[in-house]
Design a protein around this ligand. Structure first.
Ligand code: URA
Length: 461
């Protein structure tokens, strides 16, 4: 019997180096005792045996990906099972495609369970804030089924780069201070605080993303096993949300019938509900919610902005922050009633860079604009406005499907292939930023809006 010592339960690199050498030398899986440093020593003691030297052999990429996940499973046999699979692949690389093979099947089930566990950690972990002498720290307690904390950590580093946070689990804890990620021993639930204002933020967030038209309790329980509920502040809301779901859906549909008397509102509600769960690009990861368009579906003018800002992201409504206030004032001066227009954005999630406590607007890139055209095209197809107005370069790019120059298109209508006209003007935030001749620029914007209003009236007649 040979002994291999791994550094940790999720020591993939250690396992890989040893398993490759052992399999290359043809050492059978039954002759290896895999031990993890710090865990209880196995039957055969704790001294590592020297690894055999043998020429390496190629391993299918799909197996490496499978092993990277399966190794995080809590089953103590995983190291030996993966070793056995590696030996099989040495003789027949096509064995990786034989999904009926019980060994491969078992390893795939392990990898699947691990992926689900990582997803649950990402989705259901909840921070609670505590004061520390240096700065506030967000602390979360979680009990994963498998050894997934290190694998899940990059998500939290991307999502909360500037916040000090700790994630405590029974096996391991991670502590981030904004610059360095440190590891600590496992913890108990009593080490994590409970109940504080962060919970209110989560409740608001969860209430906002809850979709009444889509409540499937069975599916919800499957996605969010009761085991996790006790650590989640928003689960206190679930009962009430489920009870009121039917009524809320009926109200939505009734309101729809009153506006148009046809199915347009129902279709709009369903597109919007879909958009609330949009993952077409990565912006959903950091934004609070999708900010969908709003306004009457028989509007003669549809305005397209760039993307929601900080205030829109929190409110879930387009153009309610500083740009929105300027936009409202200009519309009023131009004699256009905003309530009779439909207002939306080219990109429906807030893109920002975190600077301390502030979230600074970051321009969406071409990929994000293209991914989000999916939604705006559906809004346009449903509303079919006589006039669609692009506010700024991002909106124009989305509308025309390519980068365009505002000054070249401004001041006149452009026929759209699907019918109606596109007009292009500046974005209201340009008027907040511009230094020279701000008043003249503002007057030009009001003039554009007035002409657009007249044109929409003429086309709608
Ligand atoms: N800027 C936009 O383009 N859209 C908003 O909703 C707010 C600011």
């Amino acid at each position: 019997m040979r002994t291999v010592l791994l550094e940790a339960e999720d020591d993939f690199e250690g396992w890989r180096a040893a398993a490759r050498a052992l399999a290359a030398a043809g050492v059978p899986a039954a002759e290896v005792d895999w031990q993890v440093a710090g865990a209880a020593p196995g039957l055969f003691g704790g001294e590592a045996s020297p690894l055999p030297a043998a020429p390496p052999f190629p391993v299918p990429r799909a197996f490496v990906e499978l092993a990277e996940r399966a190794i995080l499973h809590r089953d103590p046999e995983r190291f030996a099972l993966l070793h056995a699979m590696l030996l099989r692949l040495r003789d027949d690389p096509r064995a990786i495609d034989d999904h009926a093979d019980p060994l491969l099947h078992r390893l795939e089930a392990m990898a699947k369970a691990v992926r689900r566990d990582i997803h649950k950690l990402h989705a259901f972990l909840r921070f609670r804030e505590i004061e520390t002498p240096e700065r506030p720290r967000a602390i979360a307690w979680f009990e994963p089924d498998h050894h997934v904390l290190r694998a899940a950590a990059p998500f939290f580093l991307r999502r909360f780069p500037n916040m000090a946070w700790s994630i405590l689990t029974p096996d391991l804890s991670l502590h981030w201070d904004g610059a360095v990620l440190r590891e600590g021993p496992g913890a108990t639930k009593a080490d994590a605080p409970s109940g504080d204002p962060v919970e209110e933020v989560w409740k608001t967030y969860y209430g906002a993303i809850f979709n009444p038209a889509r409540v499937k309790i069975g599916a919800m329980l499957k996605e969010m096993p009761r085991k996790y509920w006790r650590n989640m502040p928003e689960t206190a809301l679930v009962g009430e949300l489920v009870r009121s779901a039917q009524a809320r859906e009926t109200r939505m549909v009734a309101a729809a019938a009153k506006v148009t008397g046809d199915n347009a509102e129902k279709a709009w509600a369903s597109i919007r509900a879909e958009a609330m769960h949009c993952t077409r690009c990565d912006l959903y990861r950091c934004a609070t919610q999708t900010v969908f368009g709003e306004g009457p579906l028989d509007a003669a003018i549809l305005f397209v902005g760039e993307q929601p800002g900080d205030q829109e992201d929190l409110a879930g409504k387009p153009f309610v922050g500083p740009s929105g206030q300027l936009f409202d004032r200009a519309l009023e001066e131009a004699g256009v009633d905003r309530k009779r227009t439909y207002v939306t954005n080219a990109v429906k999630h807030f893109k920002f860079v975190q600077r301390g406590k502030r979230r600074i607007h970051d321009k969406p890139n071409g990929g994000e604009i293209a991914a989000c055209r999916w939604w705006i095209q559906q809004e346009l197809a449903l509303i079919r406005p006589p006039v669609t107005v692009a506010l700024g370069a991002t909106a124009a790019r989305s509308l025309f499907g390519k980068a365009v120059t505002i000054s070249a298109l401004r001041g006149r209508g452009h026929a759209l292939p699907q019918g109606g006209e596109a007009w292009v003007t500046v974005h209201p935030s340009f008027l907040l930023r511009v230094r020279d001749d701000r008043e003249a620029e503002y007057a030009k914007f009001v003039e554009d809006l007035a002409r657009i209003g007249e044109r929409a009236k003429a086309l709608a007649r």
